[in-house]
Design a protein around this ligand. Structure first.
Ligand code: FEO
Length: 399
């Protein structure tokens, strides 16, 4: 049966959620599924804004048929060509052969790549173009690299709705409550929104800033992303998060300690430092075992906190592999503007600290604290002064 929600007089959410999916993009673990949002505008002409992943195509088609109620589908606006939103386009064109696909030149290039040989009618738009469908007028705003080169967003100036593609999206299935004001977003969704943003779009802060600048010129009353809740209240909350994340500014003063530890000795260093920081008054501390934490969560937390501490044993004459992977991901996703301290451990030749510092130096605007603590197999009581001195230095950078 259909499962839709009305979001404005003549606009329905016709998307759905996939709670069976384990890995988004076959890489990011999902514990609460993900939604694929699509919106159907029943104007003089009918307009579908984006489609969904094939995983929910059956429900999606039922939703469209229900809302159309026998009408034909005139347009589908394709804001983003990643297959989690466009894999049903072929099916849609088969069902509605007269449909006109609205996209930019890169959209059509990608449709040709994903659906070789597909024939369809098209309406190519560029920055600032408008499309009137009766009561509604849509304008098109290019948003390259948010998150792919062809990405664009569509503004319905009649209702003040920004169909924002991947921007302002989040992991997590929708539980009937599709508006951000129907859930406790800060408590239940923010961490997943941050993990989504930082891992999917985090690398493209400059491009997100460019989109935010364009969006600031629009009278936006509602934001309809392709994943997660729709924003119709308190838009400043999510706009502010996006502004911070895309400027790589920490959300909170706090220390995130990430350790790798084979037998508990490097873990002990992390714990002793955490206690030293707490004893000196730092309240916002999170300690992560890299072996039990997905790197996407570490990236998300790296965007959240002002200070990072990395502790790693030396392994094969290098940094512990999972720590190496995290550092590579930090660089790939352009984590920057953080103050980082390193600690290491080595039973015969500790080199992990130096190598981690070198990798951090390759990233933008990373301040690496010179003071470090190095253990030889296990930390000694005599090194407590070093830990305290490191804690003092970290705290001094947080003022
Ligand atoms: Fe949800 Fe970039 O696709």
């Amino acid at each position: 049966m259909h499962c839709v929600r009305k979001i404005a007089d003549d606009i329905h959410w016709v998307g759905g959620s996939d709670r069976r999916i384990a890995l988004f993009e076959n890489i990011f673990p999902l514990t609460r599924g993900v939604s694929y949002n699509s919106y159907l505008v029943s104007d003089e002409k009918t307009v579908l804004v984006d489609t969904v992943d094939h995983a929910i195509s059956r429900e999606f088609i039922e939703n469209i048929l229900y809302v159309l109620d026998g009408r034909k589908l005139d347009y589908v606006i394709v804001n983003h060509m990643e297959p989690d939103h466009c894999s049903v386009i072929g099916e849609l064109i088969l069902r509605y052969p007269e449909i006109c696909v609205v996209g930019n030149s890169k959209t059509f290039q990608m449709i040709g790549q994903f659906f070789p040989g597909l024939e369809y009618s098209r309406h190519e738009v560029k920055e600032g173009d408008t499309l009137s469908t009766g009561r509604h007028t849509f304008s098109f705003v290019m948003a390259p690299m948010v998150h792919w080169p062809e990405a664009m967003v569509t503004f319905d100036s009649t209702e003040g709705i920004l169909f924002s593609a991947d921007a302002f999206g989040t992991f997590g299935a929708l539980d009937g409550t599709i508006f951000a004001d129907e859930v406790n977003f800060d408590r239940d969704w923010l961490d997943e929104a941050r993990r989504y943003y930082t891992n999917i779009v985090g690398k493209y802060g400059i491009q997100v800033q460019a989109l935010l600048k364009k969006a600031s010129a629009l009278d936006i009353k509602m934001i309809c992303p392709l994943h997660g809740p729709v924003w119709r209240e308190n838009l400043g909350y999510i706009l502010d998060k996006y502004d911070k994340w895309s400027r790589y500014e920490a959300e909170e003063k706090g220390v995130m300690i990430v350790y790798a530890s084979m037998y508990g000795n490097t873990e002990n260093m992390a714990n002793v430092l955490a206690c030293a920081l707490a004893g000196k008054g730092v309240k916002n501390i999170r300690v992560y075992d890299i072996s039990g934490t997905d790197v996407s969560t570490l990236i998300s937390e790296s965007f959240k906190y002002s200070n990072i501490v990395l502790a790693s044993p030396t392994y094969n004459g290098a940094v512990y592999p999972l720590m190496e992977n995290y550092l590579a991901d930090m660089k790939a996703l352009s984590v920057q503007n953080r103050t980082v301290a390193v600690m290491d451990n080595g039973t015969w030749a500790a080199v992990a600290g130096k190598q981690m510092a070198n990798k951090l130096a390759e990233m933008k605007n990373m301040t690496v604290i010179e003071k470090t603590v190095s253990a030889k197999s296990a930390m000694l009581d005599s090194q407590l002064d070093d830990i305290n001195a490191l804690a003092d230095e970290i705290i001094s950078t947080m003022k």
